[in-house]
Design a protein around this ligand. Structure first.
Ligand code: BGC
Length: 442
């Protein structure tokens, strides 16, 4: 049997990614806590509740788990509504809580990556229109200044805004996220303000901390037409790829936003990234469906033969990871894979998904793509937004009622990769023998 290891460069960051609302518990002062309380918004009427109880202190045991499992980095987000519970109030205790957390990472020899906005907005901001309001970028910037000042001793890797493309698409185009208001004109306004907010935050962070590395994360779901010979599928795919995958990043390069057939100049956004934050989950086919108005006339499916997750909502399409990295390389900046993962409670598919996606990343690293790290989504099962608790993305499972963590075999597999700084044939043989021949042809 062939023996080999696919090595990664020294200093490569291996971690997991999390988000405040999904793990902290007891967040009651933001748009998502309001949304949760509206009937029919969350699958099975579920609530985030205690989530993984990080606010109650269980971050310590989870950070221990991550550190013992060889992770040398962790991505978490701070909750704006805790730090600024009202427009005229800053909560020093909340800032201190986050200081303890990021210090906790550094003490465990893990690099913290901090996201300043991950889908949630304080209730007071939401009630005055959230990112629809042109005053919001400046308000966000003030919050960023406070937070960065408080955490700068321990953090210099920042994500200003997580997935502005998904935030806008789900909140203002499809309506699955708050405010559930599909309206193209509003979506455009929100997108422009998310660019302005990012640009202001980028400069603020650098003025407080010149050595900081600052970026955004973009969720790149690669779309391909289901029928390449059928113009409606082709045009629809072009529309999706531009608006969802390209528009925001293009504006960060050119300072010009073209989104949902509208245009604006946002010159201050040009050149405001120190790295590309790439969230890659899978690749899908689009079928034009004139009856699916609420889905932007698109049915999504996976190519034949692709293994799909329990709910049918995610697929294992690792070649799409390579294409996404190829896209990211165009920007000539360091690349960090800030999210990649699959919902799989039984952990039958995840081992293959993990190995194959990381293997694609290795291919790219091997021909000198400037990839600096990989953050698996996620450490422990957590509150999956509108899907409530129905999807389990954790390396560790969570018993929501008892808070017990249940280690999945993927946790050991990922630990072996992190500790080796690579994928060895032995590890593949042990955890995903069914793909051994594919990775190590004899
Ligand atoms: C989001 C995460 C989410 C994950 C899985 C990403 O788009 O950033 O918050 O849990 O997808 O759905």
């Amino acid at each position: 049997m062939p023996q080999a290891t696919f090595h990664f460069p020294n200093g490569f960051l291996w971690g997991t990614a999390t988000a405040a609302y999904q793990v902290e518990g007891n967040n009651r002062n933001n748009n998502w806590s309001a949304w949760e309380n509206e009937a029919g918004r969350i699958k099975d009427g579920a609530k985030a509740g205690l989530a993984c109880d990080w606010w109650g202190g269980r971050w310590k045991e989870d950070f221990d788990r991550a550190a013992e499992a060889g992770q040398n980095a962790l991505r978490l987000s701070v909750e704006w509504s805790r730090i600024q519970p009202a427009p005229d109030r800053w909560d020093q205790d909340a800032l201190e809580h986050y200081r303890q957390m990021v210090r906790g990472l550094v003490e465990r020899k893990m690099t913290p990556m901090v996201t300043l906005h991950h889908f949630t907005d304080p209730l007071w901001l939401y009630e005055r229109g959230g990112w629809e309001d042109d005053a919001t970028p400046a308000l966000f910037n003030a919050f960023v200044a406070k937070t960065v000042e408080a955490l700068k001793e321990y953090v210099n890797l920042w994500v200003t805004i997580n997935e502005p493309n998904i935030y806008t698409a789900l909140g203002y185009v499809i309506g699955l996220f708050p405010p559930g208001n599909p309206d193209a004109r509003t979506a455009f306004k929100v997108y422009r303000n998310l660019l302005r907010g990012h640009a202001a935050a980028y400069r603020t962070i650098h003025s407080v901390q010149p050595q900081a590395r600052v970026g955004v994360t973009i969720n790149r779901t690669a779309f391909v037409p289901a029928r390449r010979w059928f113009p409606p599928d082709v045009l629809l795919t072009r529309f999706f790829n531009w608006n969802l995958n390209e528009a925001y990043s293009a504006a960060l390069t050119s300072g010009k936003l073209a989104f949902l057939f509208r245009r604006a100049r946002v010159p201050e956004a040009a050149g405001t990234q120190d790295f590309i934050g790439l969230n890659y989950y899978d690749r899908r086919q689009l079928i034009f469906d004139p009856g699916a108005r609420d889905q932007l006339y698109a049915q999504q499916q996976f190519p034949r033969g692709v293994e799909i997750s329990q709910s049918g909502e995610f697929g294992n399409t690792p070649d799409g990871m390579y294409d996404a990295l190829k896209w990211a390389k165009r920007f000539e900046l360091p690349i960090i894979v800030t999210e990649n993962g699959i919902e799989d409670e039984a952990d039958g598919l995840r081992p293959r998904y993990l190995v194959e996606n990381i293997h694609q990343m290795w291919h790219a690293v091997n021909i000198s793509y400037p990839i600096k790290g990989y953050f698996h989504w996620t450490l422990v099962d957590n509150f999956e937004w509108a899907r409530g608790w129905t999807q389990r993305f954790g390396l560790w499972g969570l018993d929501v009622a008892t808070q017990a963590r249940l280690k999945r075999k993927s946790a050991d597999l990922y630990a072996a990769i992190c500790k080796e700084n690579g994928i060895s044939s032995e590890v593949v043989q042990r955890y995903a023998p069914e793909i051994f021949g594919k990775l190590f042809p004899g």
